[in-house]
Design a binder for this molecule. Structure first.
Ligand SMILES: Cc1cc2nc3c(=O)[nH]c(=O)nc-3n(C[C@H](O)[C@H](O)[C@H](O)COP(=O)(O)OP(=O)(O)OC[C@H]3O[C@@H](n4cnc5c(N)ncnc54)[C@H](O)[C@@H]3O)c2cc1C
Ligand SMILES: NC(=O)c1ccc[n+]([C@@H]2O[C@H](COP(=O)([O-])OP(=O)(O)OC[C@H]3O[C@@H](n4cnc5c(N)ncnc54)[C@H](O)[C@@H]3O)[C@@H](O)[C@H]2O)c1
Length: 464
């Protein structure tokens, strides 16, 4: 008799969803968690970062509408208190309660694959009759910079959980973590310098989006150092506590200093000390999976979320988890694309919102990605300037891009960059997933006066 039908290793949002799905399908399911049920997302990523950003957005939005009485600046103590509440003060008992209510057995400890359908947790070997699902997430990728390992630097964990506003902050890396945290702490009163190796931040987004975010950061007082690489780190005494304690040396011979250094240079799959080598994989590499989440060459092993390296986003990881759970419960061998056990949208329709001000909301391919794939496309670019946007805010500044596959006349990518564009993107996701032609989209009439009217202008600019 096995202990469980399914063992899920990693109780982040993705593991929780995979486990809840198999339990709902009547399978005895264990959720093994080494730290906190709820994972990185709940305690050191999505939730606290958005809780730090939201008050600044609300204040900026109010300032853009005459007649709304607003204060000069944010109240950092109140912002940090609300952020602490959003992380339940880093107490996971609520999440554990949810897991138990969902019919899961929560096993505390670090899981390690030790044989076919066997997981060691602190010396106890758990066995599964059907499947083991790896949802161990990712960890910060730290570059090898001279002096960095001796310095006391921040990763996204410290940047999202700090209990005081740092007097100054140097941020290395202009990806999503870098720009979001640079703006959050700048708006809370920190003197922030953002170091970006390329021409602009957000190199994976459409260039106009990175440029608009750069403008927004500069307006918040962030100093942007673009086109420079970090070459070394030095600290006064190895402990960074006061202004100027950490110095980042740069490739152009200059340097920048701050009370803290945030290293935001990407993430790495959490496949260390997991026993993946016995199946031919390398610790630190992503686990390769098919669209049902089955790990290549191991028929009882599944994976979902950041650990697969497919899309490092909570919503997309949870989608993959639902596919894995369905695949395990139904036991379908080769389910068809776009059925519940297959994460088909990962290839064409991954939405993301960068929660800066301006926001960047995108789905599908960028122009560069579409061209690389050899798709015959037409790109439509517009300023977001409709009745809805001018009512929304005085001096509203934003841009939209729609990319159309010229053969099928369907959308393959959409990006909106501007204040409060996040809520526009789901319409684009539906259009891409539904393979709606521009000719049919013409009949999806946006309400007046909303920012969504930009859809009508995009279609008109396309020639409809
Ligand atoms: C600062 C920041 C902000 C972000 N903001 C957003 C956002 O706004 N929206 C968004 O969609 N995405 C966001 N992300 C990305 C998002 O956090 C991840 O995509 C998401 O957390 C992935 O979920 P996961 O369950 O795969 O991994 P995780 O959330 O990392 O959870 C993995 C869990 O597995 C546990 N674990 C690891 N190894 C073991 C083991 N051997 N045994 C037992 N347990 C183990 C860990 O303790 C952890 O609890 C953000 C990321 C960062 C860093
Ligand atoms: N709002 C959101 O959806 C959200 C928010 C935060 C994070 N995330 C997810 O988390 C993941 C990790 O975010 P991230 O920002 O850490 O990674 P990222 O890959 O988005 O960005 C890392 C950046 O660091 C740069 N970089 C790498 N090495 C460097 C070096 N040595 N010196 C200078 N720059 C260097 C890269 O060019 C890149 O621009 C992302 O994939 C993102 O999808 C999502």
């Amino acid at each position: 008799m096995t202990d469980f039908d399914v063992i899920v290793i990693g109780g982040g949002p993705v593991g929780e969803n995979a486990a809840a799905r198999t339990a709902a399908g009547g399978l005895r399911t264990a959720l093994v968690e080494a730290e906190k049920v709820g994972g990185e997302c709940s305690y050191w990523a999505c939730m606290p970062s958005k809780a730090l950003l939201r008050p600044g957005h609300a204040l900026a939005a109010a300032r853009r509408v005459p007649g709304v009485p607003v204060g000069e600046r944010l109240d950092p103590a109140a912002v940090l208190k609300r952020r602490n509440e959003f992380t339940s003060n880093w107490d996971d008992s609520g999440q554990v309660g949810w897991a138990v209510g969902a019919g899961l057995e929560v096993v505390r400890g670090r899981g390690r694959l030790v044989g076919e359908r066997q997981v060691d947790v602190g010396g106890r070997v758990l066995t599964a009759s059907r499947a083991v699902v790896v949802c161990t997430g990712s960890v910060p990728r730290i570059p090898s910079l001279p002096g960095l390992s001796e310095a006391s630097y921040w990763t996204s964990r410290e940047a999202t959980s700090a209990q005081e506003v740092p007097s100054s902050l140097v941020v290395l890396g202009g990806g999503v973590v870098g720009v979001e945290m640079a703006q959050a702490w700048a708006r809370l009163g920190s003197k922030v310098t953002l170091v970006v190796s390329g021409e602009r931040p957000l190199p994976k987004a459409e260039p106009f989006a990175g440029d608009l975010v750069a403008d927004g950061l500069r307006e918040d007082g962030v100093t942007l150092r673009t086109g420079v690489r970090a070459t070394g780190v030095s600290t006064a005494d190895g402990v960074s506590t006061a202004d100027g304690e950490v110095t980042l040396e740069l490739s152009d011979g200059s340097s920048v200093s701050g009370a803290h250094l945030l290293v935001a240079t990407g993430r790495q799959p959490a496949t260390f000390d997991l026993g993946v080598e016995q199946y031919g994989f390398t610790a630190g590499d992503a686990l390769p999976v098919d669209d049902t989440g089955r790990v290549s060459g191991v028929d009882w092993l599944y994976a979902a979320g950041d650990v697969t390296g497919r899309a490092l986003l909570t919503h997309q990881g949870k989608y993959a988890a639902r596919a894995v759970g369905t695949a395990i419960v139904t036991g379908a061998e080769s389910p068809a694309p776009w059925t519940a056990a297959v994460a088909t949208a990962d290839h064409t329709a991954v939405p993301q919102v960068v929660f800066t001000d301006p926001e960047v909301a995108s789905v599908g391919w960028t122009e560069a990605e579409a061209r690389k794939k050899g798709v015959e496309i037409r790109v439509v670019d517009l300023d977001i300037a409709v009745a809805g946007s001018s009512l929304h805010a005085d001096g509203y500044r934003g841009k939209a891009r729609m990319i159309v596959n010229e053969k099928t006349r369907t959308l393959v990518g959409v990006t909106f960059a501007g204040p409060d564009t996040a809520e526009l993107i789901h319409a684009a996701t539906i259009a891409i997933v539904g393979e709606v032609t521009v000719d049919r989209l013409w009949h999806a009439v946006p309400a007046y006066p909303t920012i969504s009217e930009v859809w009508l202008r995009l279609l008109e600019a396309y020639g409809l």
